[in-house]
Design a protein around this ligand. Sequence first.
Ligand SMILES: *Cc1c(COP(=O)(O)O)cnc(C)c1O
Length: 497
Amino acid sequence: MYISTRGGEEQLTAAQAILKGIAGNGGLYVPEDIPAIDHTWIANLQEMNYCERAQAVLNLFLTDYNADELATCIQAAYGADKFDHSEVAPVVKLDAGSYILELWHGPTSAFKDMALQLLPHLLSLSLEKTGENAQIVILVATSGDTGKAALEGFKDVKQIRMIVFYPQDGVSEIQRLQMVTQEGNNVAVVAVTGNFDDTQTGVKQIFNDTAFNAQLAEEGYQFSSANSINWGRLVPQIVYYFSAYADMLKQGAIETGEKVNFVVPTGNFGNILAGYYAYRMGLPINKLICAANSNNVLADFLQTGCYDRRREFHKTLSPSMDILISSNLERLLYHLTGENAGQVSEWMKELNEKGSYQVSEPVLAALQHLFWADWASDSQTTETIAAVHEKFGYTCDPHTAVAWGVCEKYRAQTADQTKAVILSTASPFKFNTSVLSALQGSFDGADEFVILEQLSQLSGWPIPRQLAALEQKQRLHYIACKPQEMAKTVQEILNNK
Ligand SMILES: *Cc1c(COP(=O)(O)O)cnc(C)c1O
């Protein structure tokens, strides 16, 4: 069963937790018990493909979904029509101590696909299991990656409507093209004439507008969100930690029981938290290394025990990590305080009211026992992209480069020789201009598709098929609105169909 990090009597099944997303008291749902596995269970994963590995892990957490249901969801999510690599999340060896886990072979070329390809199918089943009849309207405010991944995941899923808002001038050209050409009968994409904060605030206001919610409920609609605090987005991410480990065993890179380090480029703390659950289940992990960009609130926290969001916000080359409030950290704190919901509620209240909180010495010690953290600046990120290309002939995106840079700092400071898996969260083609200028110094402000072609030549990789296809795709979405007109726009979109 699933319970809230902020306490209360409520116990939910996985299906209910996925449908509800966030607890009524503001807490996040966590599993009451974390399943345990042993070395034999892990060794058995070696001969399985990704879908079978996903089935093995998800069975342990989503106990109210039966094996057939899970198998159907998993096939729909990770099939060859969705992922352009047969291994789904392959491990690439760079040298004897360093491996890259590529999480970007999905339809939108970023790691959000690993979860957002599966979540819609889990949610659909949740509707069936809980007997919910309403049309679910998913609202997303996006700075680029999440919106497109959610659109791809939720398109044409029955009983679900989806509206994505993006800041008109706040996304990259590729990201804009990905969204305005989105197909699917249940999706709408809206450009907001404001920045990302305006857009996100607009969506939050709609969620909190009780009168508007009541009116829509009468018309048979219920709002929901697809953001990374939903358990249904977290649980699929546990799979690839096991999958990477099984691949390394299979390649003979490690021995049974050997510990590895995972280095994770972190924003909302969802990806690295999935690694924590894998660790708790029994995956041999030495350190989880949290890599941040200059929005280094998490790195400071893991070093000092003080979480302080009162700082300047930086726009960086790794925009998907430009976050000052890492929501999923709340789950880790819950587990590390011995499930002390009262303490967690207090810290979250302090964060909300004064912008900071300080954890106790024992909690900081528990954090530092498993986690290590540091950050990389934009100039270090650019240098890393060039250095990794030069040394290994491997082209990485800015988010992955942040992780690589922090991994090097860790090695220099600790002399730890444990093999490291660096989680690669985006295809370099998705952040084509940053990568190309890192590799070439500078380049002419060419057309998007010319840049992709140049990057293809430099990396030796084909342009991901969905990005190449954008050139021929028709624009399907033209709606634009002011931040204060977002609710009205939602109403109009829902009335039109
Ligand atoms: C979302 C995202 C991240 C951050 O992941 P979290 O789970 O929020 O920590 C890192 N890199 C890329 C490319 C992303 O899209």
